[in-house]
Design a protein around this ligand. Structure first.
Ligand code: ADP
Length: 332
């Protein structure tokens, strides 16, 4: 999965690089900066002393000393001043400049804290959005595994409105599921054709229905992999556009492409359905093809249904929400 959101202490990350939310002196401080210096040992401070500080929005690289990663990228985030002092552009620049340095050093993996969201006071939901937008754009063009490391749950927030909307949707649909399953059990009458037949007939006697059935049968033998490739073509997308939008690793996509009988996991199927912007019925068909379904007795499924039914297909926004509700993330 190219972009992960995880809960962890960044000093324990064994990525090629970790990013430090430093101050302009680069001589250590509190928060994540203090934790990184403490874990790295005195050698890091001695190296930082030679760097001559760093401007807000810029980044500088050192070795990692006693940390388990290879490099530390020090970037200086803006202090929040109400949003009118160019904070957003500066914060974006922190992520861009850090990623640029990571690329130059051929890092395959990088871990970021939520820059500026601590002592510097940048509102956490906005700081998270900036991080995800810039990293998401970067990953459309570059191959790397990037982690957004959330230290404690309290420092992680999605927008209040989105959180409230999803909570309401979960409440409504979770309750509804129980009523629905009782109704389903008591309603097993044969279905009538509602297509072009003038008089109601049973489905198996209806010529219109039989025609549709033959077309549908042609697709029954299609495997998940074939269905996916067909849908990518139908949407006029390239393979790369599709797997990148799905937060799916290129290697995994190649495997799916070359193995006609590939058995994907449920989050992988959903990630592709989101990337292809399939409406709910088509997303459910794709899931069925892989042997899965969306259920109303499962929070993860209801959250996915919420986003698809609202036509919101930004995988990173969905992952933000899934993380906020302690669910596993989409992609692979
Ligand atoms: P800033 O001055 O840029 O706001 P802070 O260090 O005060 O930097 O906070 C930035 C973010 O880093 C906060 O969300 C804070 O919760 C988080 N943080 C603090 N310690 C760690 C750690 N050890 N690992 C990962 N994140 C951390």
């Amino acid at each position: 999965m190219p972009l992960h959101i995880i809960r962890q202490d960044i000093t324990r990350m064994e990525t090629d690089a970790i990013v430090n939310a430093a101050n302009p002196t680069l001589l250590g401080g509190g928060g994540v900066d203090g934790a990184i210096h403490k874990a790295a040992g005195k050698g890091l401070l001695l190296e930082c002393m030679k760097l001559g500080g760093c401007k807000i929005g810029m980044a500088k690289l050192t070795s990692a000393h006693k940390l388990p990663c290879r490099y530390v990228i020090h970037t200086v985030g803006p202090k929040w001043k109400g949003g009118t002092g160019g904070e957003k552009e500066l914060l974006k620049s922190c992520y861009r400049e850090s990623l640029k340095l990571a690329l130059e050093k051929e890092c395959k993996s990088v871990a970021f804290p939520l820059i500026s969201s601590g002592v510097y006071g940048y509102p956490k939901d906005k700081a998270l959005k900036v991080a995800i937008d810039v990293i998401g754009d970067f990953l459309l063009e570059n191959e790397m595994t990037v982690y957004i490391v959330i230290f404690d749950k309290a420092s992680y927030q999605i927008s209040e409105k989105l959180f409230a909307d999803i909570t309401e949707y979960i409440d409504d649909n979770y309750a509804f599921a129980h009523v629905e399953s009782r109704l389903e059990r008591s309603c097993r009458a044969p279905k009538m054709c509602s297509e072009s037949c003038a008089a109601p007939v049973f489905l198996d006697k209806c010529p219109t229905f039989s025609g549709t059935l033959i077309n549908n049968l042609a697709q029954i033998d299609e495997s998940f992999s074939q269905m996916l490739l067909r849908k990518i073509d139908e949407k006029g997308m390239t393979d790369a556009q599709c797997y990148k939008k799905a937060n799916i690793d290129r290697k995994l996509f190649s495997k799916i492409r070359s193995d006609v009988n590939y058995k994907p996991s449920k989050p992988t199927v959903i990630a592709f359905a989101i990337s292809l912007e399939l409406p709910l019925d088509e997303a459910e068909d794709m899931l069925k093809k892989a042997g899965f379904a969306l259920s109303h007795s499962n929070k993860f499924d209801i959250i996915i249904e919420y986003f698809i039914s609202k036509g919101k297909y930004d995988i990173h926004e969905i992952n933000e929400a899934l993380f906020a509700f302690d669910q596993s993330l989409l992609g692979a």
